[in-house]
Write a protein that binds this ligand. Structure first.
Ligand code: 4AD
Ligand code: MG
Length: 447
């Protein structure tokens, strides 16, 4: 077997007229007797490879005629331009000279016919091979790359935070408890508290890693294990935070548009919607959002919709509220100054109006809901001590965090971006379950 000129399918066009080697898996095959049209995928793309009886060794052609879906192969052949050739990217095909069967796949459970979601989720380890998943996970990788690129280029330092923690970072109701050599410990819900210590050492930092929440409800937006990118900046105000977030996100969307036309086409994403994502984003206060929702509810005829939109000042938004607010704008919208009571203990109260806090959530358009949540942090030592005591958090576990307010405390702000919700929005997916290779959702941890 020769691996002469082993190439990737993504680069096929560069090798027109040349003899090349491809390695991969059978995505599909059409049998035309003396001609076998094999759609070969290698992870970078799909190429039509044509086995023609008279050009090949008899046994090898016989093998080609029996290939099952997902069988693995090494082929050599010549690249020809053919505008009709299907594939990813397509437009070129390979005339097969030699074909080595590496493994003949058993009956593959995922066929081009429709499958139910539960079946596909049970077969997630195989489902990843389909074009749609290929498109989503490649876009996910680019989103991560571009988020990090932007931060690295703008003076932010990546500083990792621990996954095993002695105390809660967010709501204690969603904690995953572990046995840490006889003592309780928890899986991180956020890297934020450590980020604040790191920010005091490095100025502008970010962490990016898996975070865990024992969410007992099954929704389209919640995972048990999800990835969060969390920047934290010294001397940043809420306005600085919004300025930075809109720069970061519009950069990411622009980069995805530039790099992934093919993937977005597979996903049938409405590109106009993404092209509108340019800074500045809309900004409204929680007060204004509630007023707008109340007005909308009053004008709504449908009683069911009316009930969903109903809201009193002081309540947190549910997804119908977030969707309705987002629909009022053609780009993402920041909602700032939420009621202190519905937000985390560390958020800075608004001066002269402590019932609201210096928090900001970013709502994505088209009903994708909250993709980032952040705030200015309390930096006054007494106030943070008070909050910890009022909420009843165990002071010993937070002693180090409280101490940050004693040595050169500064105003600071940060946010967390939910990667999977961002991927769902950019890819236009109705559910977060396809945005992560192995989703952990209520009642599912297999495969
Ligand atoms: O709003 P959250 O809970 O904020 C924090 O954890 C802060 N400590 C972050 C910070 O300021 N450094 O979560 C941040 C984002 C949400 O906006 C959402 O996008 C995502 O994380 N998120 C989830 N994504 C998927 N499944 C879940 N269960 C999620 N919970 C939060
Ligand atoms: Mg939030």
């Amino acid at each position: 077997m020769t691996l002469h000129n082993l190439i990737q399918i993504a680069d096929l066009a560069k090798y027109e007229g040349q003899e090349i080697t491809l390695r991969g898996w059978v995505y599909d095959r059409t049998d035309k007797g003396k001609l076998q049209f094999i759609q070969l995928r290698d992870g970078t793309g799909i190429a039509q490879c044509v086995a023609f009886k008279k050009d090949m060794d008899e046994t090898e052609f016989a093998n080609a005629s029996k290939l099952s879906q997902e069988s693995s192969l090494v082929i050599t052949g010549t690249v020809r331009k053919d505008d009709r050739a299907p594939g990813l990217p397509g437009g070129y095909e390979v005339g097969i000279k030699t074909l080595q069967l590496v493994h003949h796949a058993e009956d593959y459970p995922i066929t081009p016919k429709e499958h139910g979601v539960e079946f596909l989720m049970d077969n997630r380890h195989l489902w990843l091979r389909s074009s749609r998943q290929w498109a989503i996970l490649r876009i996910r990788a680019t989103i991560v790359h571009e988020l990090r690129n932007w931060l690295d280029d703008h003076g932010y330092l990546l500083v990792d935070t621990p996954i095993i923690t002695p105390a809660a970072g967010e709501e204690t109701t969603t904690l995953f408890q572990l046995d840490y050599f006889g003592e309780p410990a928890y899986l991180a819900q956020t890297g934020q508290l450590y980020n604040e210590a790191n920010m005091m050492a490095f100025g502008k930092v970010y962490c990016f890693g898996p975070t865990f929440r024992a969410e007992k409800s099954k929704t389209r937006r919640h995972l048990i294990e999800f990835w969060m990118l969390e920047p934290e900046m010294a001397f940043f105000s809420l306005e600085d935070l919004m300025d930075m977030e809109e720069q970061l996100l519009s950069h990411v969307v622009k980069a995805v548009l530039a790099k992934h036309q093919r993937e977005l086409a597979i996903l049938e994403r409405d590109l106009n919607k993404l092209e509108q994502i340019t800074a500045p984003f809309a900004r409204i206060s929680y007060d204004e959002a509630v007023e707008r929702l109340q007005k909308l509810a009053a004008e709504t005829q449908d009683p069911e919709q009316k009930a969903l939109l109903a809201i009193e000042w002081g309540s947190d938004f549910g997804s119908p509220h977030e969707t309705a607010i987002a629909e009022m704008f053609d780009r993402p919208v920041f909602v700032y100054h939420y009621p202190t009571a519905v937000k985390a203990f560390y958020m800075q109260p608004v001066e002269g109006r402590p019932e609201v806090c210096r928090s900001v959530d970013l709502l994505a358009p088209e009903g994708y809901g909250e993709i980032t949540g952040g705030s200015e942090r309390i930096y006054d030592s007494e106030l943070i001590e008070q909050r910890v005591a009022t909420i009843g958090l165990p002071r010993e576990a937070y002693a180090w965090y409280l101490e940050l307010r004693k040595f050169g405390s500064v105003p600071h702000a940060g946010f967390g971006l939910g990667l999977e919700r961002t991927v769902a929005w950019i890819c236009g997916l109705p559910h977060v379950r396809e945005t992560i290779p192995y989703p952990r959702i209520l009642n599912r941890k297999y495969p």
